[in-house]
Design a protein around this ligand. Structure first.
Ligand code: ATP
Length: 363
């Protein structure tokens, strides 16, 4: 791991890096197979050198969008531009090999009969293969000296790096990574993810990742594009997506959310937890659904309390209490380390967090 990071720190001085990371502009892209639109008017801009994550539930169109950027998929309408060149658009489809974009597939797609070095050389033209490019790229990803091995003799993490090296060797202007860590088991996944993230950031390359894992998206993305049913429903920093979701479904998808009903009053929403400050409070009298994160609630033991502890999930670094409120609804309350209450205890629940978001009940 250290090898990778040390090399990554030196990477800006190395020749294996594109000097002009691409800007990718996707405008009103539609794609349909047999049924409804799989991509439905998708518009998204990835800035030069940015790390963008496409996050969304299975089947929402993430891979189709990534493959469309790569040129592996044709779009039905709209356009995709890389820098100032339209690569997909009306009457135009630049072939994948002419887009100068690298792709790391979910299954890594390594050729088992080729050596590691030959796998990495695969995307290079003859002249490039004769240079030190392969060895340099293997060094860049921390696999120096393993070029003669077959992929099957490497660990999962090492195979992942071969796939990364193969995508980086042609010095792409952008790298597209489709669930690149999902083949790794949990402990290794986090380590390899951190290494790849550090490497790509040090290279300054434009990167677009696909994942359905919120934690992974937050760890990797400068910004996240949340996709649902073929549409990009919100684009923002991890903080914006988590704290300022534009729809309840987004909040539910990125972590746990309590939905508390209330009525808008001056300065917030009147709920069974008392008045909760909300970000847009100009709808006085309107019934709303207030979205409150479990860590933004706290309980205090009180024999007269209207709520009671239903169950406790202890995770070591924190815990989650399931608390039955007076109106019969159940809320989650996240606290630090060991809980000070036990199931059956009467409690008072308070909102302790920043302003919440509230949506009209009809939304
Ligand atoms: P996952 O996270 O499960 O990979 P995804 O968000 O990446 O899902 P896509 O793989 O883009 O979703 O698929 C979106 C929809 O398009 C799915 O319903 C899928 O079945 C359909 N689809 C994708 N490729 C094709 C194809 N070549 N032919 C027909 N339908 C397709």
């Amino acid at each position: 791991m250290l090898g990778v990071l040390n090399i990554a720190r030196r990477a800006n001085r190395r020749p294996g890096v594109s000097e002009s990371p691409a800007r990718i502009e996707i405008v009103d892209v539609r794609r349909r197979f047999d049924g409804p639109d799989v991509l439905n008017d998708v518009t998204l801009t990835v800035a030069s050198g940015e790390s963008m994550v496409l996050l969304g539930p299975s089947g929402c169109g993430k891979t189709t969008l990534l493959r469309s950027i790569a040129g592996l998929e044709r779009i039905d309408s709209g356009s995709i531009a890389i820098d100032d060149e339209i690569v997909s658009g009306p009457g135009r489809h630049v072939r994948p090999e002419h887009r100068h974009i690298g792709m790391v597939f979910q299954d890594w797609a390594l050729f088992p009969h080729l050596t590691v070095a030959d796998n990495v050389a695969f995307g290079l033209n003859k002249a490039e293969r004769d240079t030190a490019r392969v060895a340099e790229t293997l060094e860049l990803v921390g696999l120096a000296g393993l070029g003669d091995r077959r992929p099957a003799t490497l660990s999962g993490g090492q195979q992942q790096r071969v796939a990364l090296a193969r995508a980086l060797a042609p010095q792409p202007r952008a790298l597209l990574l489709d669930e690149p860590f999902s083949n790794l088991d949990t402990g290794l996944r986090v380590r390899v993810r951190n290494e790849v993230n550090a490497l790509l950031r040090s290279l300054g390359i434009t990167a677009v990742y696909v994942t359905h894992d919120q934690e992974e998206a937050f760890a990797l993305g400068d910004r996240i594009a949340v996709m649902m049913a073929g549409s990009v429903v919100q684009v923002g920093t991890p903080f914006e997506i988590y704290e300022r979701p534009v729809a309840a479904a987004i909040s539910d998808f990125v972590g746990e959310t309590n939905h508390i009903t209330g009525v808008m009053v001056d300065g917030g929403a009147d709920t069974c937890l008392g008045k909760v400050a909300v970000s847009a409070s100009d709808r006085i009298g309107q019934r709303v659904q207030v979205l409150i994160r479990p860590e933004h609630l706290a309980v205090t033991a009180d024999p007269e309390g209207a709520a009671s502890i239903e169950s406790i999930e202890y995770y070591g670094h924190d815990h989650v209490l399931r608390v039955r409120l007076a109106d019969g609804s159940l809320v989650a309350v996240r606290g630090a380390m060991a809980p000070s209450v036990t199931p059956g205890d009467r409690v008072v629940v308070r909102h302790t967090g920043p302003r919440s978001v509230a949506f009209d009940v009809d939304d």
